[in-house]
Ligand binder design. Sequence first.
Ligand SMILES: [Zn+2]
Length: 355
Amino acid sequence: MSLFPNLLLSLFLLIGVCNGRTKKIEEGHVQMQTQTLNTNPTHFNPQVPPLRTLSSSKRFEGSSEFVKLKYHMGPVLSSPINIYLIWYGKWPQSQKLLIKDFLLSISASDRRVSPSPSVSDWWQTVSLYTDQTGANISRSVSIAGEYADLHYSHGTHLTRLSVQDVIATAVHAKPFPVDHRNGIYLILTAEDVTMEDFCRAVCGFHYFTFPSKVGYTLPYAWVGNSGKQCPELCAYPFAVPGYMGGGGPGQLTPPNGDVGVDGMISIIGHELAELSSNPLVNAWYAGEDPTAPTEIGDLCEGLYGTGGGGGYIGSVMKDGEGRTFNLNGRNGRKFLVQWIWSPILKACAGPNALD
Ligand SMILES: [Zn+2]
């Protein structure tokens, strides 16, 4: 993949779906009347204010010969992955179902259920990473348990350490299990919960629990709903920074009408990809400092399609109602999820690539 793909070409490309087959119509032959059904997605590469990234030094916008992603001999999640969800705070059922549809779309490889480009196709890039035995990251991801911490057992402000108390409370509540073989724990905080460094340095993070806190070493990730706190940072590009007159041009319509949760989904994807490839922070990362590793999601932050970079998110799709997406999931869902660094292409990759 070239470093600077032809941005203009992607702008002038229009994909019309005719009789179930996809037809590319190039510049000069764009016929809007090919959009006979308003459900036919069109491709576009919107210019949006650049992501005021929380980790700008980690972004490479596509590909770079300078990226030295290395394997440090630790395990990856090569067995079927069991996700244990911890809903912290008050979560409306509709938001839970949306997030669960995304997670359950990772394994679903049935093209009738999730047409290409699908969430499952997107995870394929993640599954290319292996451990020292040559075992790939599993393509099987399921939700193995859920725990609702409705009463904010550790308060409405959490820290990187107290989030482990939230996990401890959950795993000690029967029948929510301690699955230290194939389990990963995903803590999702409601929009009224604040977290140390949230909106300043992070939108999500992953790590593993300390036996002294939880009793076991369990890989986990935390992602918060930024909708009320900092959507322009953590629900980008569905909200844009205030200096561009947030809410003005450049802001994209979220695929499921929920800025906070649609934004979380890309962060969840980012964290799951990194948790799977670096669960104990001793497997796949770039940089010399394991306390600040640059991981396979960090390398592609803000990039969602071909031709991204420099204020462009890349070529993504827009449905008849203007909702922006790049992946299909189960139950007819659509999602906008950032690309992931491919160890084969040595570049950011996603199934909606145009080249
Ligand atoms: Zn990351």
